[in-house]
Design a protein around this ligand. Structure first.
Ligand code: AGP
Length: 609
């Protein structure tokens, strides 16, 4: 999730771009750059590092012009580096492109362009746009961009300029946000509203598949077939801080709502052209390597550990390879049994958790192959692992991890399918059906988000209690653990998760009249058992919220409250089931007046033991 800014007007574009990028650093900050039209040429200044590094570069060699684009990067394809920083130019350096998103078919396009003689300087997917502009040049920027987009597949917000057609910007939105700012004798584009607030509050929100031609005098919007569109001006009333949260009260709620997009992004670029097979282009295992493993260790902490528990279930189910899931701080000290036939998978949103990094290093010292699933491309875990699957959740600001968890699950599902495919255990039809169900997840997540008001009311009722119990069987228990962690870490209520069958072995002594019990009931094969556990706690006076599949007509006879979620295939249930629990924790924390995004005693990344 990167930050884009564009400007056409009478001010010094460099100042406008840098101030806009400063408001977008929360969207990504491993490198930054600007391009400005100066004395008939497109001049680019860019560098790895935070925005401050670019500002000091420009302090020494400023760019002077009134048209420009800028970018702050959250790496997806290609490590953080000067070369991979945006803007990107083509061979002749007379175009400049900034991009947020993922070009799914960039490798095929890049291969074709290289055969045609184009020379690439970066590892990014974005750079192919600049070379395609050169290849399709019609004499006019807007028409050329329309032609180029016919070849490009994936998610993109783009801002483009060229010295061949000066005084103009073209901005495009497809699956990545982009807004237009309207000024007097000047106009803007940006990934998000905060970048504009210093200059204008009159905004056009670009919708999916829209393209805009921006000059200092006018903004014209079209669909991608070139049909003109009339758009309503949106008056922004938010203050700058609220704007960074996209109008949400907290980053956590914003990140919860980003999950449909994050899940979609994490799948993109990892499937075959027909969408029926998993490709994982970032995995460079030698031929036959995948057949050699007879055991997998998944090692992580906190929420990432909980994602690993779901990973165990799905990898074992689809590949029959035994999987152990381990707490990193225990694993690093217990002299684990590792052989040449063990694959170690470390999961870490930040890629900097000390215990997880230590587990990675121990595994590598023993000569074991390590695969990392992480959300930060330039992180220590990403750099030191042998292979990396990046979750494209974008920066996760709130201490309570949400979109990182669901995108970790997506990465684990893709890995399990890939292993099953490559080991000959999964038929093509099964994989295609599974992927079809995965592609439906964003829509189902949106449906569940619609239940937020009901969940908020329930959370308020539950928030007066100092205890809460989360129950589940099978993968419902893995999700219950994540729900309890979310709940306790931001509401400060004592919350515990138990395998539902474990209650009678002690915990039932804690169940008193009215105490909230959240029972997860999506594992069909264990449905009757789960219902009897609900009756067990009800008999001791508990107040039970059950979360079950839509259409379940029985559960309401046992539970006090029921939240129904849209059905999906059994293996994918955790992706949907966690969402109500994230919202329950969020609203309980709000009800108790806590600092939701920065809960007491906790840090976003535990980089020390
Ligand atoms: C999650 O809500 C917590 N903030 C915490 O448990 C976190 O998941 C854990 O510290 C691991 O972090 P990592 O994924 O960055 O390694």
């Amino acid at each position: 999730m990167c930050g884009i800014v564009g400007y056409v007007g009478s001010k010094n574009a460099q100042d406008v771009l840098l101030s806009g990028l400063a408001k977008l650093e929360y969207r990504g900050y491993d490198s930054a750059g600007i391009a400005i039209y100066e004395n008939g040429e497109v001049k680019i200044s860019k560098t790895v590092g935070r925005l401050a590094a670019l500002e000091s570069m420009l302090a020494d060699s400023p760019l002077s012009g009134k048209v420009g684009i800028g970018h702050t990067r959250w790496a997806t394809h290609g490590k953080p580096s000067d070369e991979n920083a945006h803007p990107h130019a083509g061979c002749a350096s007379d175009f400049a492109v900034v991009h947020n998103g993922i070009i799914e078919n960039y490798q095929q396009l890049k291969d074709r362009l290289m055969v045609a003689g184009h020379r690439f300087v970066s590892e990014t997917d974005t750079e192919i746009i600049a070379h395609l502009l050169e290849e399709h040049w019609t004499g006019e920027l807007f028409a050329t961009v329309l032609k180029v987009l016919k070849e490009v597949r994936g998610a993109y917000a783009l801002a483009i300029m060229t010295q061949r057609d000066p005084g103009k910007l073209v901005a495009v939105r497809k699956h990545s946000p982009l807004v237009i700012g309207l000024g007097q004798g000047e106009n803007f584009c940006a990934s998000d509203i905060p970048a504009l607030l210093g200059y204008t509050r009159d905004v056009l929100i670009m919708e999916e598949g829209e393209i805009a031609l921006i000059t200092d005098a006018a903004v014209e919007c079209f669909d991608l077939s070139g049909r003109p569109l009339e758009k309503k001006v949106f008056q922004v009333t938010w203050d700058a801080v609220a704007a960074e949260k996209g109008g949400f009260d907290h980053y956590m709620l914003k990140e919860i709502h980003e999950q449909p997009r994050a899940v979609r992004d994490t799948m993109s670029g990892r499937l075959s052209e027909d969408g029926k097979r998993v490709t994982l282009p970032e995995i460079k295992w030698p031929d036959g390597f995948v057949q050699t493993w007879d055991r997998i260790h998944i090692v992580a902490a906190g929420t990432s550990y909980h994602a690993g528990l779901v990973g165990k279930a799905v990898i074992e189910s689809l590949t029959r390879i035994p999987v152990d899931v381990e707490i990193a701080s225990e694993y690093r000290y217990r002299d684990p049994i590792l052989t040449a036939h063990t694959l170690v998978i470390v999961i870490s949103q930040s890629g900097e958790t000390a215990d997880t990094l230590a587990a990675l290093r121990i595994s590598k010292e023993r000569g074991v192959r390590v695969l990392a699933i992480t959300n930060v491309v330039g992180s220590s875990v990403a750099r030191e692992a042998d292979d990396v699957i990046v979750t494209w959740a974008g920066p996760e600001i709130s201490v309570a991890s949400t979109k990182a968890y669901t995108t970790q699950l997506i990465a684990l599902y893709l890995l399990a399918l890939y292993l099953g495919q490559e080991r000959g255990r999964l038929g093509a039809e099964f994989v295609a059906d599974f992927l079809e169900d995965m592609r439906e997840l964003p829509k189902r997540l949106e449906e569940i988000l619609g239940s937020s008001p009901w969940i908020e009311r329930t959370a308020k009722d539950f928030s007066v209690w100092e205890d809460a119990f989360f129950l589940g069987r099978g993968t419902d228990y893995a999700v219950a653990l994540e729900g309890a962690l979310k709940y306790k870490e931001i509401s400060y209520i004592h919350a515990e998760a138990y395998p539902a069958g474990e209650l009678k072995h002690g915990t039932l002594a804690l169940v008193v009249e009215g105490v909230p019990v959240i029972a997860l009931v999506t594992v069909d094969a264990l449905y009757e058992k789960s219902v009897s556990n609900i009756k067990e706690v009800k008999a001791r006076g508990a107040h039970v919220l059950a979360i079950s599949w839509a259409g379940d007509e029985e559960i309401g006879k046992s539970a006090d409250r029921v939240l129904y979620i849209p059905r999906t295939r059994a293996e994918l249930a955790p992706v949907l089931l966690v969402l109500p629990l994230q919202l329950l924790a969020y609203y309980a924390s709000v009800a108790r007046g806590n600092d939701v995004d920065k809960p007491r005693n906790l840090a976003k990344s535990v980089t020390v033991e």
